[in-house]
Design a protein around this ligand. Sequence first.
Ligand code: 13P
Length: 262
Amino acid sequence: MPQPDLRRHPIIAGNWKMNKTADEAMDLVEEMIDDLDVVEGATIVLCPPFVALYPLVDLVEQSSIMLGAQNMYYEEAGAYTGEISPVMVADLCDYVILGHSERRQYFGESDADVNKKVKLAFKHSLIPIMCVGETLAQREAGETERVVGSQLRLGLEGVPPHQAREMVIAYEPIWAIGTGHAATPQDANATIGYLRQQLRELYSAVVSGAARILYGGSVTAANVRDLMNQPELDGALVGGASLKPDDFVRICAVTAELKGIR
Ligand code: 13P
C-alpha cells in the first residue's frame, strides 16, 4: 500500500503591506511572474493591498502563484463601513493573513478578534496565515514562549483539529520586522519548535506534524539560506523583500531548493 506523504509543503508569502497601487501591483507581478512560476515544490502566495487583488486574479490565473489578503473583518456582511468581509476575500483569493503584529499594535486587534477571524476564514475555505510574535521588551524579559504560546492558544480556541492541521502560523518577532535584524536561525528554529510542541499538546501529533509554521522578520535574499536550513521552518512571511522582484524570486527559489517537495 502506498504510504501517505506526510511532508509539509513549504510556503513563501509576500506581505506587501500598504504599498503599491493596482497598476504598480500589476507591473511588479509581471516583472517576476515567469521566474516565480518555475519554482517547484513550494507554494508562493502574494498578499497585495485589497484593491490590487481583483486585477491580479486574472494575471496569476494561468500560473502557480496564489493570492492572499492581508486582513478581513469577522462579519460576513452589513453596516461595517470600511471593512472587507471574508466572502469578498474568498471570492478573490485562497489565503488571508490574520493577526499581523501591525494590526494588533496599530488597530487594537485582540486575540479574541483574531480567533473570530480564523474561524470565519475556515468557514469560507480560506487558509489563515495567523501571526504571532513577541516585542523586544517581552523577549528581554524571557517571555517569548509565554507570549507566543498564549497568542497561539487563544487564536485557535474552538478551532477543530481538521482545520487546525490546515493552519499556517507565522512566527514574526516584532523586533525583527522591518528592522534588518532577523532572528538568528537557531532562535527562530527554537521558537517555532516550541509552537509546534504547543500544537501537539493542544491537538495531536498529526496536527503538529501537518501545520505549516513560517518565520517572518527581515527575511532577505542574503539570510534566507541560513534560516531555511533550520528543520522547524516551513517557509517565510516576507515583507520588504517581497517588493523587490530579484530578491523575492531568490527567496522563493532557495526555500524551494532546501524544503521543496517534488
Ligand atoms: P519585513 O520582512 O519587512 O521585516 O516584514 C516582515 C513582515 O511583517 C511580514 O509580514
